[in-house]
Design a protein around this ligand. Structure first.
Ligand SMILES: NC(=O)c1ccc[n+]([C@@H]2O[C@H](COP(=O)([O-])OP(=O)(O)OC[C@H]3O[C@@H](n4cnc5c(N)ncnc54)[C@H](O)[C@@H]3O)[C@@H](O)[C@H]2O)c1
Length: 326
């Protein structure tokens, strides 16, 4: 396996660059010396996420929408690697607005793959999601054993994966799909009604607001710290050829219930708050623990951060960067 040789001659395109994961990948690539072009339409991204990047002369920002093919074609010019992160997240929002998810997530990804193909991109690494496992009840989720999808969001990610495989088989575009499992870390938005569980809990604990846990709280997740996700993306660019056209789980390989997560955060923050147990959430997968063996063997993935260390770093970041009255 080649070691990563990203340097000043490497050009990267990051879609969804003003979002949580995109901004972190862009920041790492700049740190490695690459030139980075980023696109975002701010449908869920935040200016604060790219403030520092905008000061760097190696960073170029395009305020635009990947549903516009001619723009996708333009931004893929003179690019080596694409990290495609732009999409709408949130299972509940997708159940409310199913057509928007087809439009934004499937068409947007198709545009980007076609643009990457016509511009001879070396590798097209795209974000998929553990939601594609749907109603599969295996204790450990393995690529190849997917169930029925449970939401329009999951359907959009499954469609993206099919596009990724097709573009490799039909056109030889080197695509790699990364199925992220509950990513968390610095810059994840804690304020939206659709925020993920970790920023929501941290925000509620710091502001002493009540927490609503959906269902019993015994549902389990494979929470994955952002730096592990960055590692998987970078390693995908230099991975062995058999990884092309394939999809990989990107997780920590550690299973934590929502109740355990709450206790861990109470322990790190030295505070508790009121917890209310509500109804189960429609469209959620029951339990997710990933098999990451192939990701380690074929991509050289090295998930260095376990949940406790990741949570400590994340809490530390929120305390330093967001306005909480502590
Ligand atoms: N965060 C997670 O736990 C998680 C888990 C599984 C998969 N994913 C996937 O990872 C990717 C990044 O997720 P995130 O958590 O950083 O979400 P995010 O919402 O913070 O970032 C996505 C960014 O894409 C932008 N965007 C959306 N549609 C766009 C369009 N048509 N044109 C241009 N920009 C557009 C948004 O404005 C946003 O800034 C997404 O594809 C998401 O589905 C995330």
């Amino acid at each position: 396996m080649e070691s990563i040789k990203f340097n000043h001659n490497t050009s990267i395109l990051v879609t969804g660059v003003a979002g949580f994961i995109g901004s972190n990948i862009a920041e790492k690539c700049i740190e490695l010396g690459c030139r980075v072009r980023g696109i975002d339409n701010f449908s869920n991204g935040r200016k604060e996420n790219i403030m520092e990047l905008l000061k760097n002369e190696k960073f170029e920002f395009i305020n635009g929408d990947i549903c516009d093919f001619s723009l996708c074609n333009k931004i893929c010019k003179d690019i080596d690697f694409v990290f495609h992160e732009a999409a709408w997240g949130s299972v509940p929002k997708s159940i409310k607005q199913p057509l928007d998810y087809t439009q934004n997530n499937i068409l947007g990804t198709h545009n980007m793959m076609q643009a990457a193909y016509v511009n001879n991109i070396k590798k097209f690494v795209y974000a998929s999601s553990a939601s594609v496992y749907g109603d599969n009840e295996d204790k450990i989720k393995k690529v190849g054993n997917e169930g029925n999808v449970l939401s329009p969001y999951a359907l959009s990610k499954k469609s993206d994966e099919e596009l990724g495989k097709l573009y490799y088989r039909l056109y030889g575009l080197n695509t790699i799909g990364l199925r992220y499992f509950n990513v968390f870390g610095r810059r994840q938005n804690p304020y939206s009604e659709y925020s993920a569980v970790i920023p929501k809990f941290i925000n509620a604990l710091l502001e002493q607001k009540e927490i609503i846990i959906n269902g019993t709280g015994e549902q389990r997740r494979d929470f994955t710290y952002i730096d592990n996700v960055i590692d998987a993306n970078l390693k995908s660019c230099t991975s062995i050829d058999i990884s092309n056209g394939k999809v990989y789980n990107v997780a920590c390989g550690e299973s934590t219930s929502i109740n355990q997560l709450y206790e861990l955060l109470c322990n790190i923050l030295h505070r508790h708050t009121k917890v209310i147990y509500g109804a189960e959430r429609k469209g959620d997968i029951k339990n997710s623990l990933a098999d990451i063996n192939e990701t380690i063997e074929q991509l050289g993935y090295n998930p260095q951060f376990k949940i406790r260390e990741g949570l400590e770093k994340t809490v530390d970041w929120y305390l330093k960067n967001l306005d909480f009255e502590v």
